[in-house]
Design a protein around this ligand. Structure first.
Ligand code: G6P
Length: 614
């Protein structure tokens, strides 16, 4: 959480940093600020609230000939989101300014020590100790002052640091929080991810933990253990256009609509279809060199994730167990890592994460690797921490997901897990060849089915209008309908702030049914399939208690109208892939209700896209 940007060597660095903060705003939007060296001191401009508020204060400064600037957009941890707690934080003597993403765990003790030395503090932040420590160590060599400070810090950080008397220089450092350097002709940038860098250069360097970056207009040095190290540039995977709204009103809506293309790209990249209709499809996982024998001997799979990614793992569990016949356990990484989990090298750990930076997932990955497990990461953000620490990566290649509520990454995660399940089933011979071909053909048809689901936009908007004033919502489903119900509830509460719960419909009678009355909308996922009759039974029970019933049904299910107040019909042809098609109506319903209620859909209050603190 929090985003940092630095620019050195471009003529209007304040503008570059401000634009960069806008691109990083998904990481937090409680306050924002920019600092730049100015006549031997440091100019600091900060505002509570969104980057837009900061932009108003910087209306003139963006055109100044300023060659070096750092900036920050904040998701508040220490201290309320007021101006004094915004970053950059300056040292007590005004010589140093710091932007920081992460948490300095030992800041109370450091602060007490500094106060004991007579060094004053103005904010409630943990970051101010970094500014003061660097200033205390600073005698004209900023790199050395930073390198003296880093060993004193416990916790996580990505830092960008300037000194007032050293225009033309930024020192960055990371431990546990992401930091990317952009390498241009006569300029360098640093940022929490590549988004602010891509409009200027596509050449990037992903810093490792405990590395320091020293950037000037014409030079970039990456250091570790006090000495320069070799580094390699890579090409940023995303284009600048991919991070724009592209004519949509919100990123969330754009990203919902991108799903057919995202999945079709994945199929094209991951599937090598032989020309002969009866030949076996080949799966293309170039970044995964686990042997077939390894997969034959896997005893158990643990799926680690948080938030929406966890719901994708719950769907993935069903796919893996059904197709590959390996027991699979979706886990919240945060709970898993503190539980002293039982692991051995025969357990395959699959970490699923859009950002690749979720702190709990990252730590759970480390723990699993220490226990000797292989870790496979399903990740969207190329070069992210989890992608780099895992033994193998399956990139989702969704393009940047900017809306804080995850949409396209969710369906890509499900599809990715399904690919893995099919590949493991093929190796373990737990499904016959004909069945693999049939399932692969189903996958190939998903793009069309998703388009058909997107065409329901206006009917879903009408339903949204009808329920926009609800105070509560229940979402119920069985089988893969259960995690979909949880995801539907999560989407709705995230963006509309309506209290919503998602349950396995079988659990309804164990509690949630007590909430049902004529004011309670209950959204059922009731597609054709093995559990259909059971779900219809649950619908009857809600109807008997006068609940308002919305059903996501299969296209040919005409009878359901007799029970439901509102029906959304989708094409459902192949069991397990239906979950991907269900996601779209759930996402659209949440989106439209949120828009109708006037919420800030792309930046819901209190949330951040990337949870890099515990
Ligand atoms: C936050 C985001 C969610 C996301 C979750 C896990 O809560 O708001 O959209 O699902 O983190 O993030 P990850 O990047 O690990 O998928």
């Amino acid at each position: 959480m929090c985003g940092i940007v630095g620019c050195v060597g471009l003529p209007k660095a304040v503008r570059v940093v401000l634009d960069g903060l806008a691109a990083l705003e998904y990481r937090g939007y409680d306050s924002a600020g920019v600092a730049w060296p100015d006549r031997g001191g440091i100019m600091l401009v900060r505002a509570a609230g969104r980057v837009g508020e900061l932009g108003k204060l910087l209306a003139d400064a963006v055109d100044l000939e300023v060659g070096t600037a750092i900036g920050h957009t904040r998701w508040a941890t220490h201290g309320p989101p007021v101006e004094k707690n915004a970053h950059p934080q300056k040292s007590w003597d005004g010589r140093i300014a710091v932007v920081h993403n992460g948490i300095i765990d030992n800041y109370p003790r450091l602060k007490a020590d500094l106060e004991g030395e007579g060094i004053g503090f103005r904010s409630d932040t943990d970051t101010e100790v970094v500014a003061n420590l660097v200033a205390r160590a600073y005698a004209g060599d900023l790199t050395s002052a930073v390198e003296k400070t880093l060993p004193l810090l416990d916790g996580t950080f990505a830092l960008g640091i300037v000194a007032g008397d050293r225009p033309g220089l930024i020192v960055g450092a990371r431990r546990g929080s992401p930091l990317v350097v952009g390498v241009g002709a006569g300029f360098h940038l640093l940022a929490s991810d590549a988004a602010p860098i891509i409009p200027h250069t596509r050449r990037v360097v992903f810093l490792d933990d405990d590395q320091v970056a020293v950037i000037a207009s014409g030079a970039c040095e990456i250091r570790a253990n006090g000495a320069a190290v070799d580094y390699a540039c890579s090409e940023a995977a995303w284009s600048a256009e991919a991070a724009q709204k592209g004519g949509y009103r919100h990123f969330m809506l754009k990203e919902i609509h991108e799903q057919p293309v995202v999945l079709e790209n994945m199929f094209r990249n991951r599937l090598l279809l032989p020309p002969a209709a009866d030949a076996d499809p080949e799966f293309n996982f170039p970044d995964m060199d686990f042997s077939d024998d390894y997969f034959r001997n896997v005893s158990r799979i643990v799926l680690l994730a948080q938030g929406t990614a966890h719901h994708a793992c719950m769907v993935g569990r069903n796919m893996i167990e059904r197709v590959a016949r390996i027991p699979a356990f979706p886990e919240y990484a945060a709970d898993f890592r503190y539980r002293d989990p039982i692991l051995d090298p025969s357990v395959l750990v699959i970490a699923v994460t859009q950002s690749g930076e979720t702190m709990d997932t990252l730590h759970a990955v480390r723990l699993a690797r220490e226990a000797g497990c292989k870790v496979l990461a399903l990740v969207n953000a190329v070069g992210s921490s989890i992608a780099r620490e895992a033994d193998a990566v399956f990139y989702l290649n969704c393009g940047p997901e900017i809306g804080v509520a995850s949409t396209k990454a969710f369906t890509a995660m499900i599809a990715g897990l399904y690919f893995l399940a099919l590949r493991m089933g093929q190796i373990r011979e737990t499904v016959d060849r004909g069945e693999i071909r049939r399932r692969v053909n189903d996958l190939l048809g998903v793009g069309h089915r998703l388009q058909a689901a997107l065409a329901l936009d206006q009917p879903i908007r009408r339903i949204a209008d009808k329920y926009r004033d609800a105070n509560n919502f229940l979402f119920l489903g069985r089988g893969t309908g259960w995690p979909l119900a949880m995801e539907g509830a999560l989407k709705l509460k995230e963006v509309s702030y309506i209290h919503a719960e998602g349950y396995d419909a079988a659990e309804m009678k164990h509690g949630p049914i007590a909430l049902v009355d004529e004011n309670m909308p209950v959204f059922f996922i009731a597609l054709e399939g093995r559990r259909y009759d059971k779900v219809v039974g649950n619908i009857q029970e809600v109807k008997a208690r006068k609940g308002r019933i919305i059903v996501l049904a299969s296209r040919n299910d005409r009878d359901i109208s007799k029970l439901a107040d509102d029906v959304i019909r989708i094409r459902t042809e192949s069991g397990i892939m239906n979950s991907i098609c269900c996601a779209i109506p759930l996402q659209l319903l949440a989106y439209h209700i949120a828009v109708l209620r006037g919420s800030d859909v792309d930046k819901p209050k209190n949330l951040a896209k990337s949870v890099t603190v515990e």
